[in-house]
Design a protein around this ligand. Structure first.
Ligand code: SF4
Ligand code: SF4
Length: 280
């Protein structure tokens, strides 16, 4: 039964172990993400979601807003009382981290680029899989990132109306770092996901630090790893410098690895928070 987060941990780990979409099939067939996930739960009506609206912008969706949209579209009864957010961390394969560290000081390695493209597809598959598994118990679930009619990225400010990382923070899984990456017990080199479910689960909000940068030790490792100086102690992570570099990798990745994607992640490897929460 989907009564606690252990159920989600088991389901996601099993999926990662068995599903072909989690294999680096065009490289060496190894796992894209290690089947060693973290899962956290937040109350869908947690006041932090209104704070996100204030901090990120009015366009940012609270779980209630996203779920109401879904219910209206699907002609389902709108029930907001029991909403929970399930957030998870998918740790990137160690081999991939090592390769991205050693490959180049400016361009991503092959495995990293494959993780960005095919790993994100696996992540979408996980969301679909969980929704279908929950359906078997009569539990409604919705993942805003799966519906392109709702999910939007504002490329003027590089912010989306639904953020997995912010859900991970709400669910007590870690904190942000200087580079904007999400520091957690499996390390900043990860991808993450989140979905809304119509089932009250015990919230992990007590694990949430009061400081959103709690686990960043300000070591500055990520500053020196960035090829375009997008990270600094003074301004933290400047998306307006980062994003053009990340998108400029498309032709290189296309020509070198034969896939169409952008990637970088140089600030996520070879730094003190790559593999876990660094010691203060
Ligand atoms: S590398 Fe150091 S400064 Fe950068 S996010 Fe990690 S802990 Fe913070
Ligand atoms: S993703 Fe790349 S460009 Fe952006 S901050 Fe990290 S290292 Fe710099």
């Amino acid at each position: 039964m989907a009564e606690n987060k252990r159920w989600f941990i088991k389901k996601i780990n099993k999926f990662l172990e068995n599903d072909e979409s989690n294999k680096m099939s065009k490289v060496d067939g190894s796992f894209i993400f290690e089947p060693n996930v973290l899962v956290g739960i937040a109350d869908g009506n947690d006041p932090i979601y209104n704070k996100y609206k204030e901090i990120i912008g009015k366009f940012y969706l609270t779980p209630s807003e996203a779920y109401e949209w879904y219910c209206e579209k699907e002609n389902k009864e709108i029930r907001m009382k029991n909403l929970s957010i399930v957030a998870y961390i998918l740790p990137i394969n160690q081999k991939t981290k090592m390769e991205n560290l050693n490959y180049s000081k400016t361009m991503p390695s092959e495995r990293w680029a494959h993780t960005r493209l095919f790993g994100e597809q696996a992540n979408m598959n996980i969301l679909e899989y969980l929704i279908n598994e929950l359906k078997k118990y009569g539990i409604n679930a919705f993942a805003p990132t799966l519906d392109k009619r709702l999910f939007k990225i504002n490329r003027n400010i590089w912010a989306s109306n639904w953020s997995h990382r912010h859900n991970c923070f709400a669910a007590g899984l870690g904190s942000f770092g200087l580079s904007d990456g999400f520091i957690n017990a499996r390390g900043k080199a990860m991808r993450c996901g989140s979905l809304i479910i119509d089932l009250k689960l015990p919230s992990d909000a007590l694990n949430r630090p009061s400081d959103p940068y709690e686990y960043c030790i300000n070591c500055g490792d990520c500053i020196s790893r960035c090829p375009v100086n997008a990270i600094s102690f003074h301004n933290r992570h400047d998306k307006m410098i980062c994003a053009p570099h990340v998108t400029s990798t498309i032709p290189f990745i296309n020509q070198t690895y034969g896939i169409n994607i952008y990637a970088c992640g140089l600030c996520q490897v070879g730094v003190s928070c790559s593999n876990g929460i660094p010691k203060k």
